[in-house]
Design a protein around this ligand. Structure first.
Ligand code: MSP
Length: 524
């Protein structure tokens, strides 16, 4: 290992009974941007994603498709691996819960939980009989009081999923005994945003039921150590992926020592409870450290409607990427909605962002400055003269941007705010160019024109460098056009030492963010 500060970030692992859609793409995109940001900021990053392949839901889907479960998950898992390529994610690992390393890790975690006593001196795991409501779609147990009534008066999970009565022998986890430790954990700021912190804290302060953590009525899962009649509850199995990938149970491995506890688990709000109640409690019970932070983001709707297979409005990431462009989609998803809130995907909103913010604001800024340098400065980076107050103001705003973005992304996971701040500089730079009128200076004062173009180009360099995590391909093109060397694109190059070098040959500029002219939605 390198001795650099480490950063371990994870996505939820995706259920393999489904095809990837925009919601899946969103969670991983947020992680990818942070992973890329942290790498450029000098950290040693481990970014994990993968597939959740056990449980009753998968067993049923495989049976419905007339397939052997293993063969079924092998095929469907590939769709999620393909998503990582389509969306240009920079994940360092792709874990599958059917892998040997994971089975070993889950069984060892179970053993440790079982071997330890709870804070009240009781066994953490005990055998009993479960009688209660279970939703296969949510893979979750529900108390009678949590259920809602469906259209025909039938009982349903709070998510609207069907429930069935389950009665079978089961091992239980003594969740209640971990209440105080969990509340202490939350008070350290582990759960974000604050609305989710409040939600989970009040849940844990309420009545906590012991959790059924094994099943006996089906077999597609990881056997409980010492009792093959039981398989582990799929959430206990799935959550453990985060430590498996870090090397557990080999706690002396460099990877484990470097990366666990994870810096950030990024999840959707629907799976908050699993990640902020059960998971830290399991880890504490096993004598392991809980993750440092869990951020639960909001949900997307499509043109105002809930996204669901039955409504036929599932957005396939491959369709929108083909229609609008990859970096355009990456930008839109993180700019459109304050991260943590719910958001709506609409063709109109997408086109508005592409045309006004990418094409008009950022694209035009770069294209104007680059083509003036190409035409009027012998296709070379111009030599600046002395900077005026106006130049210095722009340059110092450019130099200050990384600090702001570091706080917004690194500390707060506030993608939308980071982009707002970046765009404030884009607009300032456009204002500067409009005010300085380099096209007039070309005739009246070519030396001053050179200084203005240089200062604007230097600002674009900062913008393109800092935007790389959001739009890697487009920013790479912009940095190529500015003649920035491949090894001068990380954030240490944002200081004066990395400033653009006068005399560097510049290629003929090509627009990086074209306007979107086809006004038809992706599906029409
Ligand atoms: N397999 C579990 C996670 C186990 S992690 C130990 C799971 N998988 S999932 O495929 O159903 O969901 C994966 C992620 O996609 C979740 O973070 C979920 O919130 C997110 N989304 C699914 N639909 C979504 C939207 N419509 N909008 C935003 N994100 C949503 O849960």
């Amino acid at each position: 290992m390198t001795g650099k500060a480490a950063y371990y970030i994870t996505t939820p692992i995706y259920y393999v009974n489904d095809s990837p859609h925009i919601g899946h793409a969103y969670t991983s995109l947020a992680c990818d941007v942070l992973a890329r940001f942290m790498r450029l900021d000098g950290r040693e990053v481990f970014f994990l994603t993968g597939t959740d392949e056990h449980g009753q839901k998968v067993e049923k889907s495989a049976a419905a498709a007339g397939r052997d479960p293993k063969e079924f998950v092998d095929e469907v898992s590939e769709r999620f691996r393909a998503l990582t390529e389509l969306m240009n994610y920079s994940n360092d690992d792709f874990i599958r819960t059917t892998e040997e390393r994971h089975i070993r890790s889950c069984q060892e975690l179970w053993r440790r939980i079982a071997a330890n006593k709870s804070p009240k001196g009781r066994d953490n795991i005990y055998l009993d009989t479960y009688g209660g409501w279970y939703s296969v779609r949510d893979e979750a147990f529900y108390g009678e009081g949590e259920l809602i009534k469906g259209a025909d008066g039938e009982k349903m999970a709070p998510s609207g999923a069907p429930v069935e009565w389950v009665e079978e022998p089961s091992y239980f986890f003594r969740l209640e005994d971990w209440r105080e430790r969990l509340l202490e954990y939350y008070s350290g700021g582990a759960v974000a945003p604050v609305s989710r912190h409040n939600e989970v804290e009040s849940f844990v302060k309420g009545e906590l039921f012991d959790l059924s953590i094994s099943r006996t009525s089906f077999s597609w899962g990881i056997p409980v150590p010492g009792d093959d009649a039981h398989i582990m509850y799929v959430w206990l199995d799935a959550l453990t992926n985060y430590i498996t990938a870090a090397g557990f149970p080999d706690e002396d491995s460099e990877t484990y020592k470097t990366f666990w506890p994870a810096d950030l688990h990024m999840v959707g709000k629907d799976i908050l409870r699993f990640h902020t109640v059960y998971w830290p409690a399991f880890l504490m019970a096993a004598g392991l450290e809980p993750p440092k932070r869990v951020f639960a983001h909001g949900w997307w709707t499509n043109e105002g409607e809930k996204i669901s297979k039955s409504l036929g409005n599932v957005i396939d990431p491959a369709d929108i990427v083909a229609h609008y462009g990859l970096d355009q989609v990456r930008y839109f998803l993180l700019r459109e909605v304050p991260f943590g809130n719910d958001g709506d995907f609409s063709h109109r909103a997408m086109v508005a962002r592409i045309n006004s913010e990418l094409a008009n604001d950022f694209g035009n800024l770069a294209q104007r400055v680059l083509s003036m340098m190409h035409k009027n400065c012998d296709a070379q980076m111009p030599q600046p003269g002395d900077f005026t107050e106006a130049d210095k103001e722009l340059l110092s705003a450019a130099e200050g941007l990384i600090g702001t973005v570091r706080t917004e992304l690194g500390d707060k996971q506030s993608f939308h705010e980071a982009l707002t701040q970046i765009w404030a500089l884009v607009r300032q730079a456009n204002g500067y160019v409009a005010e300085q009128e380099p096209w007039v200076l070309r005739k009246t004062d070519p030396e001053r024109m050179a200084t203005v173009l240089y200062a604007a180009a230097e600002c674009i360099r900062h913008l393109a460098t800092i935007c790389q995590p959001f739009m890697p391909e487009s920013c790479a093109k912009m940095l190529d056009q500015l003649g920035v060397a491949a090894d001068a694109r990380d954030f240490t190059s944002l200081g004066r030492d990395g400033a653009l070098v006068a005399g560097t040959a510049l290629p003929k500029p090509e627009p990086v963010f074209p306007r979107f002219v086809d006004e038809t939605p992706a599906d029409g």
